[in-house]
Ligand binder design. Structure first.
Ligand code: SAM
Ligand code: SF4
Length: 354
């Protein structure tokens, strides 16, 4: 689905949105002409790790169970998304999505939707190894496994749990189950794992995994993000440049957030996601559903729309679709991390879905 040209310039960073009437189209368009086709679904806010850039060591309250959408409610919303709103891609995330009971079963229900969405998952990989084949059989197409270091002590320092072998097993199992590509998401923390970036890339290249570094964003539950502590995309290029030659990949980026680099002339690549220093908001194709049934037009939205009450109040699919469209129509031009007065959203990344 292509962007609808409303004759309105796409200006990231502006907090205002143009007051144009919404064209009569079923798609999830916004006032800047973007069309959301990529749905991120958070399945739980719980996690079995405590990555320091995401959660505090302890003291985070979980959403009460009755507030979480049931599998039937999730499938209904995803059915509305693919059949009425033009969503083509669904990513399962969290919190840790694998903590959701019987997730393979839910995955199979999603890939049975018509039209069939491409299904992917972002996970920390804990416990995935023994479930990889079941997920592949359920139709999971692609997976991103988060791994910030291949040093066991550093892993424990960042994730506050000694689980590196579980994640390495998950990566190998994903590849053996035929998931393709298997991507690795990595966050670099200054003075902790930044110097290990080349070793992580060497590991990814040897294993055939697609590594992407993500700039650390102000979305941690404890509000501890600090710009000067963030390892920037430019620094990541320099760190990798100490061992590898990076040249821009000729591959088209489209709505993908990663800037892609050929490593030592290619064909293997590394991605860098400069969410803060070079935001890609102007090309964003995402819409988000939280585990408790709120629609968000952006990770950084300070407003969201509750669909759970509508679902449980007996509202029709068409009315839910209209509410979703209206929420996306109100999407702002971009996040404002680099603007004075930026306010971190109340929900942390783990409760929105990364
Ligand atoms: N638990 C799963 C995982 O870790 O992959 C899925 C949820 S996690 C919130 C999704 C992705 O967000 C992970 O790759 C994680 O590294 C990344 N992430 C978490 N907090 C972040 C932050 N403050 N800045 C940038 N990326 C972050
Ligand atoms: Fe858990 Fe993922 Fe957050 Fe780490 S980044 S604490 S694995 S939700």
């Amino acid at each position: 689905m292509t962007a609808v040209d409303l004759g309105i310039p796409r200006v990231p960073g502006a907090h205002t949105r143009p007051s144009a009437p919404r064209p009569d189209t079923p798609a999830l368009i916004d006032t800047f002409g973007r069309v959301a086709t990529d749905l991120r679904v958070s399945l739980t806010d719980k996690c079995n790790l405590r990555c320091s850039y995401c959660m505090p060591a302890e003291g985070l309250d979980w959403m009460p169970g009755e507030q979480l959408l049931t599998d039937d409610e999730l499938v209904r919303l995803m059915h509305i998304a693919v059949s009425m709103l033009g969503v083509t891609d669904i990513r399962l995330t969290g919190g840790e999505p694998l903590l959701r009971p019987r997730l393979e079963h839910l995955a199979a229900r999603i890939t049975a939707l018509k039209p069939r969405p491409r299904l992917s998952m972002t996970t920390n990989g804990i416990g995935f190894a023994k479930r990889a084949k079941a997920f592949a059989d359920a139709g999971l197409d692609r997976i991103n496994i988060s791994l910030d270091t291949i040093n066991r002590a550093t892993f424990e320092r960042i994730a506050r749990r000694d689980r590196l072998p579980h994640v390495l097993n998950a990566l190998a199992a994903a590849r053996e189950a035929g998931l393709d590509p298997v991507k690795i998401n990595a966050v670099l923390l200054r003075g902790i794992n930044e110097h290990e970036a080349p070793a992580l890339l060497r590991f990814a290249l040897a294993g055939g995994y697609h590594l992407r570094f993500i700039e650390q964003m102000p979305l941690d539950a404890q509000h501890g993000w600090n710009r000067s502590e963030m390892v920037t995309a430019e620094e990541i290029q320099d760190l990798l440049g100490t061992e590898f030659t990076l040249t821009p990949s000729p591959a088209k980026r489209g709505g993908a957030p990663a800037e892609r680099w050929l490593v030592d002339g290619g064909p293997q690549e590394v991605g860098i996601i400069p969410s803060v220093t070079r935001p890609f908001c102007a090309a964003c194709e995402r819409t988000r559903l939280t585990a408790d049934g709120a629609i968000r037009s952006c990770l950084f939205s300070t407003e969201e729309t509750d669909l759970r009450a509508l679902l449980r109040g007996g509202v029709s699919d068409e009315d839910i679709a209209d509410t979703w469209r209206a929420t996306m129509w109100g999407k702002l031009a971009g996040h404002e991390i680099n603007e004075a007065g930026f306010a971190q959203p109340i929900r942390p990344m783990s409760a929105i879905g990364g």
